[in-house]
Write a protein that binds this ligand. Structure first.
Ligand code: SF4
Length: 66
């Protein structure tokens, strides 16, 4: 099962919460530009990715398992 994380940049406000919760998965630079670092989220980072999704204040993050 592949775990994928995406950010909706229309919703992201660049506050950096995701990068603090799951720095292996998400990055946010000083300008507030966020990005997903991993094409596929390894199983050991799944919980962190889901936590970041829940803690994102603007619900910009989607984590899917397919
Ligand atoms: S937590 Fe959400 S709003 Fe904040 S930088 Fe990450 S994706 Fe953007």
């Amino acid at each position: 099962m592949a775990i994928k994380a995406t950010i909706d940049w229309d919703k992201c406000e660049g506050n950096g919460v995701c990068a603090r919760v799951a720095p292996e998965v998400f990055t946010v630079d000083e300008q507030g530009n966020s990005d997903v670092l991993l094409e596929e989220v390894p199983a050991n980072l799944r919980a962190n990715a889901l936590l970041a999704m829940r803690q994102c204040p603007t619900q910009a993050i989607t984590v899917t398992e397919e």
